[in-house]
Design a protein around this ligand. Sequence first.
Ligand code: GRF
Length: 194
Amino acid sequence: MEKVKVGILISGRGSNMKALVEACRDAEFPAQVVMVLSNKPDALGLEFARQNNIKTAVINHRDFSSRQEFDAAMTLELEKAGVEIICLAGFMRLLSPQFVEHWLDRLINIHPSLLPEFKGANAVGDAIKAGAIKSGCTVHYVRAEMDEGPSIIHAEVEVLATDTQETLSAKILKEEHKIYPLALKAVCEKFTTN
Ligand code: GRF
């Protein structure tokens, strides 16, 4: 089977990246991870990628004077590796409209809320603060506005009165690791039939 070449962008821990890499090990899974790229040289997830013989790249945003130049450098690196679809997995930089346009419908993200609720970097804390009784996670196509874009799949979790940011994050993360591979599979299947 011809597999779709995927690049994963991270900034930190990389547990979603790990879930995607593990899903791709299945011969029947329609994707293969050809690059893990981080904007942070010390991102923990890079170590896992290296140990699993996945090509890694570090492009430090601090080395660039504009977002657009940083994004263009990423595109160059990703295309050199043959990347066709990008998964954002805890990548903590906003992307330029040019980058989003270049990768339109080939760029997906996971967010720890039921979008469009609780956009932004503190989605789990915000859900607790708002007294939400359910929350969850969403995989969506990326658009230029933060946490916008057509939803691909979501999973719900119950928020208990006793939940803290930590316990709720852990419950949501467990679901993230299940739905991100499912979303990637669906996106790859669509990509190859188009
Ligand atoms: C996840 O909660 C994801 O939803 C958000 O950033 C976090 C990344 O965690 N976008 P990890 O690096 O994948 O462990």
